[in-house]
Design a protein around this ligand. Structure first.
Ligand code: IMP
Length: 446
């Protein structure tokens, strides 16, 4: 069996959690490979709604091992809260595993995130303020504290003793904030470490064993392609690698283990935070989509910016992620528009661009979207549909156009938040088959 990666194709909030939750029914391991409490996903099961920031959505399936891998940054207080909330509603968390290599978001990371944003003024990124950027910065500067340190009092003291002089110099001298006191910080972190210790282990080894045993692995991406620190709209990006390659970097699983890479595409574009969105709708059409799609951040509650689907960005996402299929979500939200625009390219200074201007947001300056107008479908015409073939013809045509732009098959179409509102497209294999990859024997095994 192989591994399936689920990634967002644009600026996040594509409802990856719903697809992950669906695929997790057939997965033996669900691994979150990057990001931290900046992510937020809502999963609906029956009448209940669960909001997660850190824990992989696979936790709802008791047969699945849910792994928070090396590439993640973890706020231990948030994680303990999530675990206790889940336990409080009767969900078993004993199948959770946390990498000892994952970095810990410390209170001073959150503080620095907010202070830095304030100092940047008009140039602020619009971060979630959860300390994600400063934590990854410390990881790269090799002054980070990892989960393996958090659960070991001696190592925790050593790591913090090494980091604090530097952090306190910045806090007091640059920001004129109060210094962090070592003993108080240790006293705050120790009980959290004690609560989390039972989950912390070598998750690289676990994933390696699972591959050896031919198990089905699902990688749950957080954030999305355009927020990737290298491939996204820098500097308006997050500090990790949400693209499919990040699934290998953040877990120790090799690229050769991956059999399927599914891009989750919202039927329109949304983003939170600053940065260019060429297809942004600043009129009542954007407001209508925002209200119907309940486009308010799961993590910060901020209203999301809304635009027509950026198919040019989708083509880029298909390329950099190596997508093998897409899942088109929120199709129901577009019902009731007479005409739906879809961006099929950009012009700059009147010239049609050959490639998506990725990597730096300034390359997008002056880019104008080129639209194709597609006919819409009536309000309410999608409610209660249970087969792709029963969608209005124009909705099916919209899906086919998006598929053509992506250049890979549309496998699922989502028409509402509930589990049963996900339609499998004709010709798509059953979800379990997505994990199948040919196992080639060694010559010596013949
Ligand atoms: P940070 O990840 O909190 O540093 O924020 C950096 C940028 O990424 C900001 O524009 C955030 O709004 C955005 N961002 C981070 N996580 C998510 C997410 O899960 N969904 C959508 N946007 C996100």
């Amino acid at each position: 069996m192989g591994a399936v990666v689920v990634v967002g194709t644009h600026w996040g909030d594509e409802a990856k959690g719903k697809l992950v939750d669906l695929l997790a029914q057939d997965a033996e391991l669900v691994i979150r490979y990057g990001g931290g409490p900046n992510a937020g996903h809502t999963v609906h099961v029956g009448e209940s709604t669960y909001k997660f920031h850190l824990i992989p959505s696979g936790i709802l399936n008791p047969k699945t091992l849910s792994i928070m891998a090396d590439g993640m940054v973890i706020d231990p207080a948030t994680l303990v809260r999530e675990i206790e909330t889940l336990q409080g509603v009767g969900i078993d968390t004993s199948n959770l595993r946390i990498s000892h290599n994952a970095h810990v978001i410390l209170p001073y990371h959150r503080l620095l995130d907010q202070l830095e944003e304030k100092l940047k003024g008009a140039g602020a990124i619009g971060t979630t303020g959860r300390g994600v950027g400063p934590c990854y910065a410390d990881k790269a500067s090799r002054v980070g504290v990892r989960m393996g340190d958090l659960i070991d009092p001696k190592r925790l003291r050593e790591r913090l003793t090494a980091a604090l002089p530097l952090k306190n110099a910045i806090l007091t001298k640059v920001f004129e904030a109060e210094a962090v006191e070592l003993e108080a910080l240790i006293a705050e972190l120790t009980p959290l470490g004690e609560k989390l210790a039972r989950y912390v282990c070598d998750t690289q080894a676990l994933a390696g064993e699972a591959l050896e045993a031919n198990k089905r692995i699902l990688f749950e991406g957080a954030q999305a392609t355009m927020l990737d620190i290298d491939g996204g709209t820098y500097p308006f990006v997050t500090s990790s690698h949400p693209i499919s390659g990040g699934a290998c970097i953040g877990t120790g699983v090799p690229p050769t283990a991956i059999s399927e890479i599914l891009g989750v595409v919202k039927a329109y574009t949304s983003r939170v935070g600053a940065g260019t969105v060429p297809t942004e709708l600043l009129d009542e059409r954007g407001d209508k989509i925002r209200e119907r799609g309940n486009e308010y951040g799961t993590t910060t509650g901020r209203p999301r910016r809304i635009g027509w689907l950026d198919g040019f960005a989708l083509q880029y996402a298909a390329r950099v992620n190596g997508l093998t299929g897409i899942c088109i979500g929120h199709l129901d939200v577009l019902a009731g528009f007479e005409t739906i625009n879809i961006c099929v390219g950009y012009t700059k200074n009147g010239v049609l661009l050959k490639h998506f201007p990725a990597g730096d947001v300034c390359l997008m300056d002056g880019c104008e979207p080129v639209y194709e107008a597609l006919p819409g479908w009536p309000e309410d015409s999608i409610d209660n549909v249970t087969r792709f073939e029963d969608l209005p013809a124009n909705a099916q045509a919209y899906v086919r156009r998006v598929e053509l732009l992506a250049g890979v098959p549309a496998r699922f179409v989502s028409i509402g938040p509930r589990r049963d509102q996900t339609l499998l497209t004709p010709n798509s294999p059953a979800p379990a088959q997505l994990f199948a990859s040919p196992k080639i024997s060694l010559l010596t095994e013949k």
